[in-house]
Design a protein around this ligand. Structure first.
Ligand SMILES: [Zn+2]
Length: 145
């Protein structure tokens, strides 16, 4: 990766060095109101890409996931009032899921989570945002399309 006068043509993270500073900074190129914008973390401001006349290097590639050991705690209160322990590796929840009831495809982040339903003690993390079905678990209510 080397500096070039060519401006980025796609969103991503890039190195940027202005005409006046030899040290580069990492910036974020993102879609703006008037073409691409540049966000400077240093001052928290956004500028039009066409107004940035320094040099760019990038995009900086995304890290390769080798062994993501992080977990997420989805424990909940079961119908009997006892806590049901549910801790899973984050990577297991990645990707798209399809609702077994209506066929809606979405990610875990799109699913609704709520307490209530017929039994106010019960809790679901896997509610379909389209048909509203209250799935008991990710495995019982959703499939990988
Ligand atoms: Zn559904």
């Amino acid at each position: 990766m080397t500096y070039t006068d060519k401006k980025p043509t796609a969103p991503g993270y890039y190195w940027y060095r202005s005409k006046y500073l030899s040290n580069g900074v990492v910036i974020s190129v993102l879609p703006g109101f008037d073409g691409l914008s540049v966000f400077f973390f240093s001052d928290g401001r956004e500028y039009r890409l066409k107004d940035c006349d320094g040099q760019f290097a990038g995009p900086i590639p995304k890290p390769v996931e080798e062994d993501d050991a992080r977990t997420i705690d989805l424990s909940y209160v079961g119908t009997d009032g006892a806590i049901v322990k549910d801790v899973r590796p984050i990577h297991q929840l990645a990707g798209k899921y399809q609702c077994k009831n209506c066929g809606h495809v979405c990610t875990v982040n799109d699913m609704d989570a709520n307490a209530g339903g017929a039994d106010p003690e019960a809790y679901s993390n896997w509610i379909c945002p389209k048909c509203g079905t209250w799935h008991e678990s990710l495995e019982s209510g959703w499939t990988k399309p």
